[in-house]
Structures are given as C-alpha cells and as structure tokens.
Design a protein around this ligand. Structure first.
Ligand code: IMP
Ligand code: MG
Length: 179
C-alpha cells in the first residue's frame, strides 16, 4: 500500500491534535443546544468517529450518503442522494461532517437540502479544504486543514475504494490514478 504513496501530507499526530481542537470548538459553540451531527458517507467515517469522541456532550448522530467521484478523480458536478433523508431535521441545529471540500458541489447540494427540510441552523465541518478548486461558493464553518490541489488518500479518503485505512493523509503517486 505504501508503495503507491508519494508522501505523507498530514501525520497521525497532526490529525489527532487538530481533530481535538475542532471538537473543543464545536462543544463550546453548541453548549446551549443538542446538535445533530450528520456524517457524510463514505469518506468522513474515520474523521466522524474521531470528531464525535472529541465532543463530550449529548449529540444526535446520523449518516447520509451522497454521490461521489466513483473511481475518477474529477467531480461531475452532479450530486444526488444515495440514501433517503429518513430522519427529522426540522428545527434542529445540524452540523454536516465531511471529509474534504473540493468543487463545493456536494456541500452546496446537501446544505440546501437540509435547509429546505426545515433545520434551524446548518453548519459545515470539513477535515480538509482545497480552496483553489472551488467552483461554487460554499461557507465552510469549521476546517481542519487547507491543502493544495493534490489528490490525497487515507484517514477515510479513498481512491477507487482503497487506501481508506491509511492512518495519515497521503499524496498518491500520480501514476496510480492516471493509469
Ligand atoms: P466536491 O463536491 O467537488 O466538493 O467533492 C467533494 C468530494 O469529492 C469529497 O467528499 C470526496 O469524497 C471527494 N474528493 C475530493 N477530493 C478528493 C481527494 O483528493 N481524495 C479523495 N477524495 C476526494
Ligand atoms: Mg465525500
């Protein structure tokens, strides 16, 4: 697996420290309410699990699956729900937890969907942000790390469903995804 990796971009220790800080900030910001933490499948599952355990108060958790890249490294711009919105967001303070914001299409779609369904507030927490790739404007309320325009894997993020189990965020060798 490590043969396909060009370099480590964010170490385990850096991830741990940053996720703990994000957890503290969210805990403070939501201390007067009970937020609904919404994990976006598949890529955010590792981040979501660590972030939740850095929030020592009562929260509700749900998952939602939206369309992603498939085996490609370019977004199509078309986003769709892969699981139904089978939980109530009416009047709730929702925190969407995403792995990475790239074009912004996915979060633009999901945030307006949750708003349309009557959430009281909707914020976005993303582990990673590639601001140089943005196509649509979307406000990211909590960001772990801003990163350059390179295709990365690990800590839940995949290429063609592989590399999710890498404990650090790594840059994939370009020849792996240009094959
Ligand atoms: P957006 O809709 O273009 O913002 O796409 C965001 C989604 O694309 C993320 O949730 C990821 O699933 C995927 N993605 C974007 N960049 C990367 C990357 O560098 N590695 C792995 N997945 C990525
Ligand atoms: Mg994703």
């Amino acid at each position: 697996m490590y043969n396909d990796i060009q370099r480590v971009l964010i170490t385990k220790e850096e991830l741990k420290e940053r996720v703990e800080t994000l957890g503290k900030t969210i805990t403070e910001d939501y201390k007067d309410t009970r937020p609904l933490m919404l994990g976006v499948l598949n890529g955010s599952f590792v981040f979501f699990a660590d972030l939740l355990r850095a929030i020592p108060m009562q929260v509700d958790t749900h998952f939602i699956k939206i369309s992603s890249y498939g085996a490609k490294t370019q977004s199509t711009g078309e986003v769709s729900l892969k699981t139904p919105l089978d939980f109530d967001v009416l009047g709730k303070d929702v925190v969407i937890v995403e792995d990475i914001i790239d074009s912004g299409n996915s979060m633009n779609f999901l945030k307006s969907l949750i708003e349309k369904n009557g959430a009281r507030t909707v914020k976005i927490c993303a582990l990673l942000d590639k601001p140089s790739r943005r196509v649509v404007d979307v406000k990211v309320d909590y960001v772990g790390f801003s990163i350059p325009d390179e295709f990365i894997v690990g800590y839940g993020l995949d290429y063609a469903q592989s590399y999710r189990n890498l404990p650090e965020i790594c840059v994939l060798k370009p020849e792996i995804f240009s094959k």
